[in-house]
Design a protein around this ligand. Sequence first.
Ligand code: NAD
Length: 282
Amino acid sequence: MANEMNVPTVKLNNGVEMPQLGFGVWQIVPDDRAAAMVGVAFDAGYRAVDTAKIYTNEGGVGTAIAASGLRRDEIFVTTKLWNNQQGYDTTLAAFDQSLGKLGLDYVDLYLVHWPAPINDRYLETWRAFERLYADQRVRAIGVSNFEPHHLRRLLDSSNVVPAVNQIEFHPYLQQHELFELHNELGIATEAWSPLGQGGPLLKDVVIGAIAAKLGRSPAQVILRWHIQLGNLVVPKSATESRIRENIALFDFELSKEDMEDIKGIHRGVRYGQHPNDFIDDF
Ligand code: NAD
């Protein structure tokens, strides 16, 4: 299955098909700017959007969806529960708020944004997620920033295996342990900050050499690498030309050698917080 830009889908562990490439909207604020950029992304062929309560732009995403003229079932919407709303009743209330902001009657994928282990509420939070799933208010449920020990603890006490774990993942942070574990457990790996937040990775000499050889941009080479690994991927840009560039990935391929060369530049560099420590719940 593919849309007009030939974006493939990944079949999640409950059979739901999710576009492999989506549009990330972190830091695209306020709502009217988010609405404009998501509109550009839809026009460029994106059909999946990755937002979150904490991004404060679910309203803008909803405006763009309403204005798009696309059928609801042509669009895949992910949002996330923020840390300070973890817990059973608080999760159910937060979900209603997100749905209201988005102007939707279901979301495609709902994620626990961080395990926030110091609060130790992610197990009861997950029970609320299971309830939302059973009530068919979400098509799939998953987590984000879960380390192997968080995932194992969750699985030990729950009925639904997360469909997705969305984690920081790029050529400088290749997440070998989680990648293997996800494959073992049937959890899809979704890469956040897939371009390393637009930092030094885009100037890496190995990436640059492959880009020059193929006549593609460094961003396209990196995103294509994610696609060939099988990752779900949600690059962000608020520049129209880059939004279009970042989806033009399905008419070229990296060779086995290119994939190996990129494998070799892993450095264990993290641009975001470590999930074991992140306790910020403003
Ligand atoms: P990213 O790796 O997608 O990098 C985005 C930056 O890269 C842009 O701001 C721009 O500076 C640059 N860029 C983008 N396209 C480019 C191009 N074609 N050429 C040159 N430069 C380019 O970083 P991100 O925004 O941190 O991550 C993407 C998405 O992942 C977010 O929008 C959000 O949806 C999600 N995310 C999730 C979490 C989480 O905790 N679950 C955390 C961070 C991000």
